[in-house]
Design a binder for this molecule. Structure first.
Ligand SMILES: NC(=O)C1=CN([C@@H]2O[C@H](COP(=O)(O)OP(=O)(O)OC[C@H]3O[C@@H](n4cnc5c(N)ncnc54)[C@H](OP(=O)(O)O)[C@@H]3O)[C@@H](O)[C@H]2O)[C@@H](O)CC1
Ligand SMILES: [K+]
Length: 502
Protein backbone atom coordinates (compact mmCIF):
# COMPACT_ATOMS: atom_id res chain seq x y z
CA UNK A 1 0.00 0.00 0.00
CA UNK A 2 1.35 3.42 -0.92
CA UNK A 3 1.91 6.07 1.74
CA UNK A 4 0.88 9.41 0.24
CA UNK A 5 1.80 12.96 1.20
CA UNK A 6 -0.88 15.60 1.86
CA UNK A 7 -0.28 17.05 -1.62
CA UNK A 8 -0.65 13.62 -3.21
CA UNK A 9 -3.82 12.89 -1.23
CA UNK A 10 -5.30 16.15 -2.42
CA UNK A 11 -4.36 15.31 -6.04
CA UNK A 12 -5.92 11.83 -5.76
CA UNK A 13 -9.09 13.41 -4.28
CA UNK A 14 -9.28 15.76 -7.27
CA UNK A 15 -8.63 12.98 -9.79
CA UNK A 16 -11.27 10.81 -8.13
CA UNK A 17 -13.86 13.55 -8.59
CA UNK A 18 -12.98 13.72 -12.30
CA UNK A 19 -12.69 9.95 -12.90
CA UNK A 20 -15.83 9.03 -10.98
CA UNK A 21 -17.77 12.21 -11.82
CA UNK A 22 -18.52 12.91 -8.18
CA UNK A 23 -18.41 16.14 -6.20
CA UNK A 24 -16.34 17.00 -3.13
CA UNK A 25 -19.61 16.76 -1.23
CA UNK A 26 -20.18 13.18 -2.47
CA UNK A 27 -16.67 12.17 -1.51
CA UNK A 28 -17.11 13.70 1.93
CA UNK A 29 -20.36 11.78 2.42
CA UNK A 30 -18.59 8.59 1.39
CA UNK A 31 -15.60 9.22 3.68
CA UNK A 32 -17.73 10.11 6.70
CA UNK A 33 -20.02 7.13 6.11
CA UNK A 34 -17.05 4.71 6.31
CA UNK A 35 -16.12 6.22 9.67
CA UNK A 36 -19.75 6.08 10.80
CA UNK A 37 -19.83 2.34 9.94
CA UNK A 38 -16.74 1.76 12.10
CA UNK A 39 -18.23 3.69 15.00
CA UNK A 40 -21.53 1.85 14.69
CA UNK A 41 -19.66 -1.44 14.93
CA UNK A 42 -17.95 -0.29 18.12
CA UNK A 43 -21.13 1.16 19.64
CA UNK A 44 -24.10 -0.71 18.12
CA UNK A 45 -26.58 0.99 20.49
CA UNK A 46 -25.74 4.51 19.35
CA UNK A 47 -28.75 6.06 21.05
CA UNK A 48 -27.09 5.38 24.41
CA UNK A 49 -24.02 7.48 23.65
CA UNK A 50 -23.11 11.15 23.66
CA UNK A 51 -20.73 12.45 21.02
CA UNK A 52 -18.70 15.65 21.20
CA UNK A 53 -17.71 16.47 17.63
CA UNK A 54 -15.11 19.18 17.06
CA UNK A 55 -15.15 20.59 13.53
CA UNK A 56 -12.73 22.91 11.75
CA UNK A 57 -13.45 25.17 8.79
CA UNK A 58 -12.10 22.87 6.06
CA UNK A 59 -13.15 19.52 4.66
CA UNK A 60 -12.02 17.65 7.76
CA UNK A 61 -14.60 19.71 9.63
CA UNK A 62 -17.03 18.84 6.84
CA UNK A 63 -16.48 15.14 7.57
CA UNK A 64 -17.37 15.87 11.19
CA UNK A 65 -20.59 17.62 10.20
CA UNK A 66 -21.66 14.63 8.10
CA UNK A 67 -20.84 12.30 10.98
CA UNK A 68 -22.92 14.47 13.30
CA UNK A 69 -25.90 14.19 10.92
CA UNK A 70 -25.54 10.40 10.59
CA UNK A 71 -25.22 9.94 14.35
CA UNK A 72 -28.16 12.27 15.02
CA UNK A 73 -30.27 10.22 12.62
CA UNK A 74 -29.54 7.18 14.83
CA UNK A 75 -30.70 9.07 17.93
CA UNK A 76 -27.22 9.47 19.40
CA UNK A 77 -26.72 12.57 21.57
CA UNK A 78 -24.73 14.92 19.36
CA UNK A 79 -22.91 18.14 20.32
CA UNK A 80 -21.10 19.87 17.48
CA UNK A 81 -18.44 22.48 18.23
CA UNK A 82 -17.63 24.32 15.03
CA UNK A 83 -14.70 26.72 14.82
CA UNK A 84 -16.05 30.15 13.93
CA UNK A 85 -14.69 31.32 10.57
CA UNK A 86 -15.48 33.46 7.56
CA UNK A 87 -13.92 31.11 5.00
CA UNK A 88 -15.48 27.66 5.43
CA UNK A 89 -14.84 25.25 2.55
CA UNK A 90 -17.81 24.86 0.20
CA UNK A 91 -18.55 21.29 1.28
CA UNK A 92 -18.24 22.30 4.93
CA UNK A 93 -20.84 25.08 4.47
CA UNK A 94 -23.17 22.76 2.61
CA UNK A 95 -23.02 20.25 5.46
CA UNK A 96 -23.64 22.92 8.08
CA UNK A 97 -26.93 23.60 6.29
CA UNK A 98 -27.84 19.89 6.32
CA UNK A 99 -27.57 19.73 10.11
CA UNK A 100 -30.11 21.07 12.60
CA UNK A 101 -28.80 24.47 13.64
CA UNK A 102 -29.49 23.83 17.32
CA UNK A 103 -26.86 21.08 17.36
CA UNK A 104 -24.06 23.45 16.38
CA UNK A 105 -22.19 25.66 18.82
CA UNK A 106 -19.59 28.07 17.44
CA UNK A 107 -16.25 28.16 19.23
CA UNK A 108 -12.91 29.90 18.83
CA UNK A 109 -9.45 28.31 19.06
CA UNK A 110 -9.07 29.49 22.66
CA UNK A 111 -12.42 28.18 23.91
CA UNK A 112 -12.16 26.08 27.05
CA UNK A 113 -14.35 23.01 26.80
CA UNK A 114 -15.39 20.56 29.46
CA UNK A 115 -16.34 17.15 28.19
CA UNK A 116 -18.45 15.06 30.59
CA UNK A 117 -17.36 11.57 31.61
CA UNK A 118 -18.53 8.88 29.24
CA UNK A 119 -18.75 11.16 26.19
CA UNK A 120 -17.05 10.09 22.98
CA UNK A 121 -14.95 12.67 21.13
CA UNK A 122 -14.63 12.92 17.37
CA UNK A 123 -11.77 15.16 16.34
CA UNK A 124 -12.48 16.79 12.97
CA UNK A 125 -10.60 20.08 13.41
CA UNK A 126 -7.80 19.48 10.90
CA UNK A 127 -6.92 16.66 8.53
CA UNK A 128 -4.20 16.55 5.93
CA UNK A 129 -4.82 20.25 5.21
CA UNK A 130 -2.83 21.33 8.29
CA UNK A 131 0.06 23.26 6.78
CA UNK A 132 2.04 24.34 9.82
CA UNK A 133 2.05 23.53 13.55
CA UNK A 134 -0.91 24.96 15.43
CA UNK A 135 -0.29 28.34 17.07
CA UNK A 136 -0.38 28.79 20.87
CA UNK A 137 -3.95 30.16 20.68
CA UNK A 138 -5.19 26.60 20.03
CA UNK A 139 -3.66 25.18 23.19
CA UNK A 140 -6.63 25.65 25.53
CA UNK A 141 -9.12 24.01 23.15
CA UNK A 142 -6.78 21.10 22.37
CA UNK A 143 -5.85 20.63 26.04
CA UNK A 144 -9.52 20.69 27.05
CA UNK A 145 -10.30 17.96 24.52
CA UNK A 146 -7.28 15.89 25.59
CA UNK A 147 -8.47 16.05 29.22
CA UNK A 148 -11.63 14.10 28.45
CA UNK A 149 -11.95 10.71 30.11
CA UNK A 150 -13.65 8.95 27.21
CA UNK A 151 -12.13 7.79 23.93
CA UNK A 152 -10.95 10.23 21.25
CA UNK A 153 -11.36 9.20 17.62
CA UNK A 154 -9.52 11.42 15.15
CA UNK A 155 -10.70 11.67 11.57
CA UNK A 156 -7.89 11.34 9.02
CA UNK A 157 -5.25 12.87 11.36
CA UNK A 158 -5.07 13.88 15.02
CA UNK A 159 -5.55 17.64 14.73
CA UNK A 160 -2.27 19.48 15.09
CA UNK A 161 -0.17 16.59 13.80
CA UNK A 162 1.54 17.29 10.49
CA UNK A 163 1.14 14.57 7.87
CA UNK A 164 4.54 14.76 6.23
CA UNK A 165 7.03 16.43 8.55
CA UNK A 166 8.13 16.62 12.17
CA UNK A 167 5.73 18.02 14.77
CA UNK A 168 7.42 19.62 17.79
CA UNK A 169 7.01 17.63 21.00
CA UNK A 170 5.43 20.61 22.80
CA UNK A 171 2.97 21.53 19.98
CA UNK A 172 -0.78 21.45 20.74
CA UNK A 173 -1.98 18.16 19.22
CA UNK A 174 -5.00 15.97 19.85
CA UNK A 175 -4.12 12.71 21.59
CA UNK A 176 -6.19 10.24 19.61
CA UNK A 177 -6.87 6.73 20.81
CA UNK A 178 -7.70 5.70 17.26
CA UNK A 179 -7.20 7.59 14.01
CA UNK A 180 -9.48 6.69 11.11
CA UNK A 181 -7.37 7.72 8.17
CA UNK A 182 -8.56 7.69 4.59
CA UNK A 183 -7.16 5.42 1.89
CA UNK A 184 -3.48 5.68 2.79
CA UNK A 185 -1.59 5.82 6.07
CA UNK A 186 0.16 9.18 6.47
CA UNK A 187 3.85 9.33 7.42
CA UNK A 188 3.07 11.25 10.59
CA UNK A 189 1.00 8.32 11.87
CA UNK A 190 3.88 5.88 11.45
CA UNK A 191 6.66 7.72 13.26
CA UNK A 192 7.32 6.20 16.70
CA UNK A 193 7.81 9.66 18.28
CA UNK A 194 4.20 10.52 17.37
CA UNK A 195 2.70 7.51 19.12
CA UNK A 196 1.24 9.51 22.03
CA UNK A 197 -0.88 11.47 19.51
CA UNK A 198 -1.77 8.53 17.28
CA UNK A 199 -1.98 5.53 19.59
CA UNK A 200 -3.50 3.38 16.85
CA UNK A 201 -4.81 3.94 13.36
CA UNK A 202 -7.00 2.21 10.85
CA UNK A 203 -6.85 2.83 7.12
CA UNK A 204 -10.34 3.12 5.62
CA UNK A 205 -10.84 2.47 1.93
CA UNK A 206 -13.09 5.25 0.62
CA UNK A 207 -12.93 4.09 -2.99
CA UNK A 208 -10.61 6.78 -4.33
CA UNK A 209 -9.67 6.39 -8.00
CA UNK A 210 -7.56 3.23 -8.50
CA UNK A 211 -5.87 4.67 -11.55
CA UNK A 212 -4.96 7.88 -9.69
CA UNK A 213 -3.56 5.83 -6.81
CA UNK A 214 -1.51 3.77 -9.26
CA UNK A 215 -0.13 6.88 -10.94
CA UNK A 216 1.17 8.47 -7.75
CA UNK A 217 4.87 7.91 -7.33
CA UNK A 218 6.13 7.53 -3.79
CA UNK A 219 9.16 6.13 -2.03
CA UNK A 220 7.04 5.29 1.03
CA UNK A 221 5.10 2.05 1.29
CA UNK A 222 3.10 0.23 3.95
CA UNK A 223 3.59 -3.54 4.03
CA UNK A 224 0.47 -5.63 3.68
CA UNK A 225 -0.22 -9.15 2.42
CA UNK A 226 -0.87 -7.81 -1.07
CA UNK A 227 2.75 -6.61 -1.24
CA UNK A 228 4.10 -10.07 -0.35
CA UNK A 229 1.89 -12.08 -2.70
CA UNK A 230 3.76 -11.37 -5.97
CA UNK A 231 7.09 -12.73 -4.74
CA UNK A 232 6.08 -15.39 -2.20
CA UNK A 233 7.09 -18.74 -3.66
CA UNK A 234 4.80 -21.69 -3.27
CA UNK A 235 6.62 -24.98 -3.07
CA UNK A 236 6.47 -27.74 -5.63
CA UNK A 237 6.59 -31.45 -4.86
CA UNK A 238 9.88 -31.67 -6.75
CA UNK A 239 11.63 -29.29 -4.36
CA UNK A 240 13.99 -30.82 -1.79
CA UNK A 241 16.04 -29.65 1.16
CA UNK A 242 18.90 -28.65 -1.12
CA UNK A 243 16.57 -26.19 -2.85
CA UNK A 244 15.88 -24.23 0.29
CA UNK A 245 19.38 -23.35 1.28
CA UNK A 246 21.73 -24.13 4.13
CA UNK A 247 21.79 -21.23 6.53
CA UNK A 248 24.41 -20.53 9.17
CA UNK A 249 23.97 -18.61 12.39
CA UNK A 250 27.20 -17.31 13.88
CA UNK A 251 26.91 -16.05 17.42
CA UNK A 252 26.62 -16.88 21.08
CA UNK A 253 28.92 -16.52 24.06
CA UNK A 254 28.83 -17.92 27.57
CA UNK A 255 25.41 -17.04 29.06
CA UNK A 256 23.98 -15.92 25.72
CA UNK A 257 23.55 -19.18 23.91
CA UNK A 258 19.76 -18.86 23.98
CA UNK A 259 19.95 -16.24 21.23
CA UNK A 260 21.44 -18.79 18.83
CA UNK A 261 18.91 -21.39 19.87
CA UNK A 262 16.01 -19.04 19.14
CA UNK A 263 17.45 -17.97 15.78
CA UNK A 264 17.98 -21.58 14.69
CA UNK A 265 14.45 -22.60 15.63
CA UNK A 266 13.03 -19.56 13.85
CA UNK A 267 15.11 -20.32 10.75
CA UNK A 268 13.86 -23.92 10.72
CA UNK A 269 10.26 -22.72 11.10
CA UNK A 270 10.85 -20.34 8.17
CA UNK A 271 11.57 -23.01 5.64
CA UNK A 272 15.34 -23.31 5.39
CA UNK A 273 16.58 -26.64 4.03
CA UNK A 274 19.38 -27.01 6.55
CA UNK A 275 20.41 -24.93 9.54
CA UNK A 276 23.79 -24.81 11.22
CA UNK A 277 25.27 -22.79 14.04
CA UNK A 278 28.82 -21.67 14.70
CA UNK A 279 29.23 -21.10 18.44
CA UNK A 280 31.77 -21.19 21.29
CA UNK A 281 32.18 -24.78 22.44
CA UNK A 282 30.38 -24.28 25.78
CA UNK A 283 27.10 -24.21 23.87
CA UNK A 284 27.63 -27.41 21.93
CA UNK A 285 25.55 -29.78 24.04
CA UNK A 286 22.75 -27.34 24.83
CA UNK A 287 22.18 -26.39 21.19
CA UNK A 288 22.34 -29.99 19.97
CA UNK A 289 19.80 -30.96 22.61
CA UNK A 290 17.47 -27.99 22.20
CA UNK A 291 17.46 -27.93 18.41
CA UNK A 292 18.01 -31.49 17.17
CA UNK A 293 17.22 -30.47 13.58
CA UNK A 294 20.27 -28.18 13.48
CA UNK A 295 23.97 -28.93 13.03
CA UNK A 296 26.61 -27.35 15.23
CA UNK A 297 30.20 -26.36 14.55
CA UNK A 298 32.08 -25.09 17.57
CA UNK A 299 34.92 -22.67 18.08
CA UNK A 300 38.00 -24.12 19.85
CA UNK A 301 37.43 -21.59 22.65
CA UNK A 302 34.92 -22.37 25.41
CA UNK A 303 33.30 -19.02 26.13
CA UNK A 304 33.56 -16.85 23.04
CA UNK A 305 34.10 -16.92 19.33
CA UNK A 306 37.77 -16.49 18.46
CA UNK A 307 37.75 -17.44 14.80
CA UNK A 308 35.19 -17.60 12.02
CA UNK A 309 34.40 -20.65 9.90
CA UNK A 310 34.76 -21.02 6.15
CA UNK A 311 31.31 -19.89 5.02
CA UNK A 312 31.51 -20.73 1.31
CA UNK A 313 29.21 -23.74 1.46
CA UNK A 314 26.33 -21.82 3.07
CA UNK A 315 23.64 -19.96 1.14
CA UNK A 316 23.07 -17.40 3.89
CA UNK A 317 24.77 -16.25 7.05
CA UNK A 318 23.34 -14.44 10.07
CA UNK A 319 26.04 -12.98 12.35
CA UNK A 320 26.20 -11.27 15.69
CA UNK A 321 23.46 -12.40 18.06
CA UNK A 322 24.64 -13.06 21.61
CA UNK A 323 28.21 -12.90 20.28
CA UNK A 324 29.62 -10.39 22.76
CA UNK A 325 32.42 -7.95 22.10
CA UNK A 326 35.42 -9.64 23.70
CA UNK A 327 38.64 -8.50 22.03
CA UNK A 328 39.27 -11.97 20.52
CA UNK A 329 35.80 -11.91 19.01
CA UNK A 330 36.27 -8.38 17.64
CA UNK A 331 39.60 -9.36 16.05
CA UNK A 332 38.14 -12.50 14.52
CA UNK A 333 35.08 -10.65 13.20
CA UNK A 334 37.32 -8.05 11.56
CA UNK A 335 39.33 -10.73 9.77
CA UNK A 336 36.07 -12.38 8.68
CA UNK A 337 34.49 -9.21 7.31
CA UNK A 338 37.70 -7.90 5.67
CA UNK A 339 38.16 -11.02 3.56
CA UNK A 340 35.67 -9.48 1.10
CA UNK A 341 32.75 -11.90 1.11
CA UNK A 342 30.52 -11.95 -1.94
CA UNK A 343 27.33 -13.13 -0.16
CA UNK A 344 24.96 -10.66 1.52
CA UNK A 345 24.93 -11.14 5.29
CA UNK A 346 22.32 -10.62 7.97
CA UNK A 347 24.07 -8.50 10.61
CA UNK A 348 22.61 -7.97 14.04
CA UNK A 349 23.51 -7.11 17.64
CA UNK A 350 27.24 -7.41 18.38
CA UNK A 351 28.22 -7.59 14.72
CA UNK A 352 26.68 -4.10 14.44
CA UNK A 353 28.29 -2.96 17.69
CA UNK A 354 31.73 -3.97 16.39
CA UNK A 355 31.14 -2.28 13.04
CA UNK A 356 29.89 0.86 14.79
CA UNK A 357 33.24 1.22 16.55
CA UNK A 358 35.24 1.27 13.34
CA UNK A 359 33.71 3.17 10.42
CA UNK A 360 36.48 1.94 8.07
CA UNK A 361 35.02 -1.57 8.29
CA UNK A 362 31.73 -0.67 6.56
CA UNK A 363 33.34 -0.67 3.12
CA UNK A 364 33.98 -4.42 3.54
CA UNK A 365 30.39 -5.33 4.37
CA UNK A 366 29.01 -7.14 1.31
CA UNK A 367 26.64 -4.99 -0.74
CA UNK A 368 23.03 -5.97 -0.24
CA UNK A 369 23.60 -7.06 3.36
CA UNK A 370 20.79 -6.65 5.87
CA UNK A 371 21.27 -4.71 9.10
CA UNK A 372 18.71 -5.05 11.89
CA UNK A 373 19.72 -2.56 14.61
CA UNK A 374 17.53 -1.72 17.58
CA UNK A 375 17.42 2.03 18.41
CA UNK A 376 20.56 1.99 20.61
CA UNK A 377 22.57 0.07 18.03
CA UNK A 378 21.36 2.43 15.34
CA UNK A 379 22.50 5.48 17.29
CA UNK A 380 25.91 3.87 17.81
CA UNK A 381 26.17 3.64 14.02
CA UNK A 382 24.64 6.98 13.04
CA UNK A 383 24.95 9.27 16.05
CA UNK A 384 21.96 11.22 17.31
CA UNK A 385 18.93 12.72 15.57
CA UNK A 386 16.41 15.43 16.41
CA UNK A 387 13.30 13.59 15.27
CA UNK A 388 12.12 10.52 13.37
CA UNK A 389 12.18 12.30 10.02
CA UNK A 390 15.84 13.24 10.46
CA UNK A 391 16.60 9.69 11.59
CA UNK A 392 15.03 8.36 8.40
CA UNK A 393 17.12 10.73 6.26
CA UNK A 394 20.31 9.64 8.04
CA UNK A 395 19.50 5.97 7.54
CA UNK A 396 18.72 6.57 3.85
CA UNK A 397 22.06 8.29 3.31
CA UNK A 398 23.93 5.47 5.07
CA UNK A 399 22.05 2.74 3.19
CA UNK A 400 22.86 4.43 -0.09
CA UNK A 401 26.52 5.06 0.73
CA UNK A 402 27.22 1.41 1.59
CA UNK A 403 24.45 -0.18 -0.52
CA UNK A 404 22.84 -1.84 2.49
CA UNK A 405 19.30 -2.70 3.59
CA UNK A 406 18.59 -1.30 7.03
CA UNK A 407 15.71 -2.15 9.32
CA UNK A 408 14.81 0.59 11.80
CA UNK A 409 13.22 -1.49 14.56
CA UNK A 410 10.30 -0.19 16.62
CA UNK A 411 6.52 0.10 16.33
CA UNK A 412 5.95 0.21 12.54
CA UNK A 413 9.53 -0.93 11.86
CA UNK A 414 10.85 0.70 8.70
CA UNK A 415 12.93 -1.02 6.02
CA UNK A 416 15.23 1.35 4.14
CA UNK A 417 16.71 0.14 0.86
CA UNK A 418 19.90 1.37 -0.87
CA UNK A 419 17.82 3.31 -3.41
CA UNK A 420 16.02 5.19 -0.62
CA UNK A 421 12.69 3.36 -0.72
CA UNK A 422 11.07 2.91 2.69
CA UNK A 423 8.68 0.12 3.69
CA UNK A 424 6.84 0.49 7.00
CA UNK A 425 5.65 -2.70 8.65
CA UNK A 426 2.01 -3.12 9.53
CA UNK A 427 2.30 -6.07 11.92
CA UNK A 428 3.65 -6.56 15.42
CA UNK A 429 2.72 -5.49 18.93
CA UNK A 430 4.16 -4.29 22.19
CA UNK A 431 4.39 -7.87 23.50
CA UNK A 432 7.46 -8.27 21.27
CA UNK A 433 9.47 -5.86 23.41
CA UNK A 434 11.23 -8.72 25.21
CA UNK A 435 14.85 -9.80 24.75
CA UNK A 436 15.00 -12.57 22.15
CA UNK A 437 12.47 -11.19 19.65
CA UNK A 438 15.31 -9.78 17.55
CA UNK A 439 17.18 -13.10 17.56
CA UNK A 440 14.10 -14.72 16.08
CA UNK A 441 13.96 -12.11 13.34
CA UNK A 442 17.62 -12.82 12.49
CA UNK A 443 16.74 -16.50 12.14
CA UNK A 444 13.75 -15.80 9.90
CA UNK A 445 15.71 -13.40 7.68
CA UNK A 446 18.70 -15.75 7.35
CA UNK A 447 16.37 -18.59 6.37
CA UNK A 448 14.55 -16.52 3.72
CA UNK A 449 17.76 -15.14 2.26
CA UNK A 450 19.09 -18.68 1.96
CA UNK A 451 16.00 -19.71 0.01
CA UNK A 452 16.92 -17.26 -2.72
CA UNK A 453 14.69 -14.32 -1.83
CA UNK A 454 16.40 -11.00 -2.56
CA UNK A 455 17.47 -8.87 0.41
CA UNK A 456 14.47 -6.60 -0.14
CA UNK A 457 12.01 -9.49 -0.40
CA UNK A 458 13.61 -11.17 2.62
CA UNK A 459 13.12 -8.08 4.78
CA UNK A 460 9.58 -7.29 3.65
CA UNK A 461 8.42 -10.87 4.12
CA UNK A 462 10.48 -11.59 7.25
CA UNK A 463 9.51 -8.48 9.15
CA UNK A 464 5.85 -8.88 8.22
CA UNK A 465 5.72 -12.58 9.24
CA UNK A 466 7.65 -11.97 12.48
CA UNK A 467 5.09 -9.35 13.53
CA UNK A 468 2.14 -11.30 12.24
CA UNK A 469 3.14 -14.43 14.20
CA UNK A 470 3.31 -12.26 17.33
CA UNK A 471 -0.09 -10.72 16.52
CA UNK A 472 -1.63 -14.17 16.21
CA UNK A 473 0.09 -15.29 19.42
CA UNK A 474 -1.21 -12.39 21.54
CA UNK A 475 -4.79 -13.27 20.61
CA UNK A 476 -4.50 -16.12 23.12
CA UNK A 477 -1.48 -15.19 25.22
CA UNK A 478 -1.82 -11.43 25.65
CA UNK A 479 0.93 -8.83 25.37
CA UNK A 480 2.21 -9.25 28.94
CA UNK A 481 2.83 -12.98 28.68
CA UNK A 482 4.11 -13.26 25.13
CA UNK A 483 7.53 -14.90 25.00
CA UNK A 484 9.80 -14.69 21.98
CA UNK A 485 9.56 -18.48 21.66
CA UNK A 486 5.77 -18.05 21.29
CA UNK A 487 6.51 -16.04 18.14
CA UNK A 488 8.31 -19.10 16.76
CA UNK A 489 5.44 -21.42 17.60
CA UNK A 490 3.00 -19.10 15.79
CA UNK A 491 5.13 -18.69 12.67
CA UNK A 492 3.33 -21.63 11.01
CA UNK A 493 -0.02 -19.80 11.33
CA UNK A 494 1.49 -16.66 9.81
CA UNK A 495 2.98 -18.64 6.91
CA UNK A 496 -0.34 -20.41 6.39
CA UNK A 497 -2.15 -17.08 6.03
CA UNK A 498 0.37 -16.02 3.41
CA UNK A 499 0.07 -19.35 1.60
CA UNK A 500 -3.73 -19.01 1.48
CA UNK A 501 -3.61 -15.42 0.16
CA UNK A 502 -1.03 -16.10 -2.55
N1 LIG B 1 -10.94 16.79 -0.68
C1 LIG B 1 -12.02 15.99 -0.52
O1 LIG B 1 -12.89 16.00 -1.33
C2 LIG B 1 -12.11 15.11 0.64
C3 LIG B 1 -11.39 15.39 1.81
N2 LIG B 1 -11.65 14.75 2.92
C4 LIG B 1 -11.32 15.34 4.19
O2 LIG B 1 -10.78 16.61 3.98
C5 LIG B 1 -9.57 16.80 4.67
C6 LIG B 1 -8.72 17.77 3.99
O3 LIG B 1 -9.49 18.91 3.88
P1 LIG B 1 -8.86 20.33 3.65
O4 LIG B 1 -7.95 20.25 2.49
O5 LIG B 1 -9.99 21.26 3.54
O6 LIG B 1 -8.00 20.56 4.93
P2 LIG B 1 -8.38 20.55 6.50
O7 LIG B 1 -7.47 19.52 7.12
O8 LIG B 1 -9.79 20.44 6.74
O9 LIG B 1 -7.86 21.95 7.01
C7 LIG B 1 -7.78 23.01 6.13
C8 LIG B 1 -7.99 24.29 6.83
O10 LIG B 1 -7.05 24.43 7.86
C9 LIG B 1 -6.45 25.73 7.78
N3 LIG B 1 -5.12 25.59 8.34
C10 LIG B 1 -4.09 24.87 7.89
N4 LIG B 1 -3.07 24.90 8.75
C11 LIG B 1 -3.47 25.68 9.79
C12 LIG B 1 -2.87 26.09 10.99
N5 LIG B 1 -1.64 25.71 11.34
N6 LIG B 1 -3.58 26.88 11.83
C13 LIG B 1 -4.81 27.27 11.52
N7 LIG B 1 -5.45 26.91 10.38
C14 LIG B 1 -4.79 26.14 9.52
C15 LIG B 1 -6.52 26.09 6.35
O11 LIG B 1 -6.64 27.47 6.27
P3 LIG B 1 -5.59 28.34 5.47
O12 LIG B 1 -4.32 28.27 6.24
O13 LIG B 1 -5.44 27.68 4.15
O14 LIG B 1 -6.19 29.67 5.46
C16 LIG B 1 -7.80 25.41 5.89
O15 LIG B 1 -8.89 26.26 6.02
C17 LIG B 1 -9.01 15.43 4.78
O16 LIG B 1 -8.11 15.32 5.83
C18 LIG B 1 -10.25 14.60 4.96
O17 LIG B 1 -10.63 14.60 6.31
C19 LIG B 1 -12.55 13.62 2.91
O18 LIG B 1 -13.80 14.13 3.20
C20 LIG B 1 -12.59 12.96 1.53
C21 LIG B 1 -13.00 13.94 0.57
K1 LIG C 1 -8.79 15.45 12.60
Amino acid sequence: MKILSAAQMSWVDQQTMKDQEVSSLDLMERAATTVFDEIKQLYPRLAQYTFYIFCGKGNNGGDGLVLARLLDQQQAQVNVYLVDATDYSTANLANQKRLSAHLIQKISPDTQVHIPAGAIVLDCLFGYGLKRPLAEEWRSLITGINCCTGPIYAIDMPSGLLSDGPTAAEAPVIQADVVYTFQSPKLGLLMPGNSRWAKAFRVLDIGLSRSALEQVDTIFHYIDLALLGPFYRKRSKFDHKGTFGHCLIIGGSRGKMGAVQLALKAALRSGCGLASAYIPSCGYTSIQTAVPEAMVISDPEEEMITQFPDTRTFQSIGVGIGMGTAQYTIDAFKVFIMQGLDTALVLDADALNILAQDRDLWQFVPKGSILTPHPKELSRILGTWQNDFEKLEKVKAFAEEYQLYILIKGANSAIVTPDGTVYFNSTGNVGMATGGSGDILTGILTALLGQGYSSQETLIMGVYLHGRAADIAVQTLGVYSLLPSDIISHLPAAFLELEKQS
